[in-house]
Design a protein around this ligand. Structure first.
Ligand SMILES: N[C@@H](CCC(=O)N[C@@H](CS)C(=O)NCC(=O)O)C(=O)O
Length: 214
């Protein structure tokens, strides 16, 4: 069975839990509560030197970091990962956009505002990230205009990657009402057969153990 080291509040972990579920792979959750600093412990860094979740352990014991790499790996050979070169190129473009322009802004603002608090002296950084997050949402909204899904005409890992933090962006104060194409797309992703919302995916997974901060 796959094991997912993660935290149920994390959109990056949600991406991986969702593709595991959609591809019929039951998984065990090993809880790494990030707000308690559990991803920065020596025990966890021995597994993932980057000190971040998610971390995926494959049934053969191999470990993999980086949520979008996990999406591509787990979707290999399924309709969630297009093989047509033009569609595959667009998929990668969106996965890199998510990691560079979208997630570092929207996820961080949400994490600070909804969970950890804004670190002292970081008010300017927060404002920059809010602006950059709004810009990323407007790019995403334009990319969705006239389309059902981001790549081709069906749900792919690009949709899963960008859905993860977009659907909880309001927890960071981003007003999704400003982005009608995004709102319609969020509903389409949620209507995909087999879709499971963030809390339920984790509630249903057996918890193998919890790596709490010392
Ligand atoms: N590029 C990484 C980012 C992972 C990441 O930033 N994880 C956050 C939670 S969503 C984390 O582990 N934060 C804990 C910390 O920095 O202490 C991925 O997509 O997997």
């Amino acid at each position: 069975m796959h094991q997912l080291y993660g935290d149920p509040i994390s959109g990056n972990c949600f991406k991986v839990a969702l593709i595991l579920h959609l591809t019929d792979r039951p998984f065990e959750l090993i809880e790494v509560p990030v707000v308690k600093g559990a991803a920065k412990t020596d025990a966890y860094r021995a597994l993932n030197p980057d000190g971040r979740v998610p971390l995926l352990r494959f049934p053969d014991g191999r470990l993999m970091g980086e949520s979008n790499a996990m999406l591509c790996s787990l979707a290999r050979g399924t309709a969630y990962r297009p093989t047509d070169p033009v569609l595959e190129d667009r998929m990668f473009e969106l996965l890199f956009f998510e990691q560079y322009s979208h997630e570092p802004n929207i996820a961080t603002v949400r994490f600070w505002k909804a969970f950890a608090g804004v670190p002292e002296g970081k008010a300017d950084v927060l404002a920059d990230k809010e602006n950059a997050g709004r810009h990323a949402l407007s790019v995403l909204d334009r990319g969705l205009q006239g389309r059902e899904f981001l790549v081709g005409d069906a749900l792919t890992v690009a949709d899963i990657a960008l859905f993860a933090y977009t659907h909880v962006a309001e927890q960071g104060g981003f007003a999704l009402g400003d982005y009608p194409a995004i709102q319609a797309w969020l509903a389409r992703v949620e209507a995909h057969p087999g879709f499971m919302p963030m809390p339920r995916l984790f509630a249903d997974a057996p918890v193998a153990t919890s790596m709490l901060a010392a």
